[in-house]
Design a protein around this ligand. Structure first.
Ligand code: ADP
Length: 188
């Protein structure tokens, strides 16, 4: 029997991964958002949360080994569920680790949806949202974008080479973006 689907949402900060992940919940996907998990850990003042905080506030990535361990634990509780990963992997090292983590759970990666949104648009969107996130000030947003291009964008080629990449235009109305994502998943 084929294992339950596993998909990744890839895209720059402010590309709408969180919004789109929530809507994909209607199709039965359980979302694992590393950003949300880290913010919850910080809120709970756990060792992980305290350690991650300093990186998050600078707009830098939290070290791979912490993230990989956190993801492994979360995945272990989701056998049989459709899983959507939001914000992971973010480095080639994490992508390699994900292969092993999925293998441990008898899973395979089915699709990687890339939300394509230009830098000036994401910077505007983050500037306009008012969730009061500590890392949403303009200088930290610029750093998060630099980090995306340097450390995360290599994953576009990584997954394209493996035949898993589905490019989706992330600009415009969120409902229209959701429709594009669903067609990309259907057509895969
Ligand atoms: P965004 O996509 O808008 O940057 P996230 O909520 O996904 O927001 O991430 C916020 C911060 O959490 C990141 O800037 C980083 O410090 C940390 N983080 C989230 N996911 C990862 C990850 N996979 N690896 C390392 N750090 C991460």
């Amino acid at each position: 029997m084929a294992s339950a689907p596993t998909i990744v949402l890839l895209g720059p900060p402010g590309s709408g991964k969180g919004t789109q992940a929530e809507r994909l919940g209607e199709l039965g996907y359980v979302t694992l958002s590393t950003g949300d998990l880290l913010r919850a850990a910080r809120e709970d003042d756990t060792d992980l949360g305290r350690h991650a905080s300093e990186y998050m506030d600078r707009g830098e990535l939290v070290p791979d080994e912490l993230i990989d361990a956190m993801l492994g634990e979360e995945l272990a509780g989701l056998d049989g569920d459709k899983v959507l990963l939001d914000g992971f992997p973010r480095t080639v090292e994490q992508a390699n680790a994900l292969g092993g983590l999925l293998d441990d759970r008898g899973r395979e990666l089915d699709d990687v949806v890339l939300l394509e949104v230009p830098d000036d648009v994401v910077a505007d969107r983050i500037g306009n949202r008012s969730q009061g996130r500590a890392d949403d000030d303009p200088e930290t947003v610029r750093e998060r974008l630099r980090v995306y291009h340097r450390q995360t964008e290599p994953l576009v080629e990584y997954y394209d080479e493996r035949g898993l990449l589905r490019r989706v235009d992330g600009e415009g109305d969120p409902d229209a973006v959701q429709d594009r994502i669903r067609s990309a998943l259907d057509g895969s």
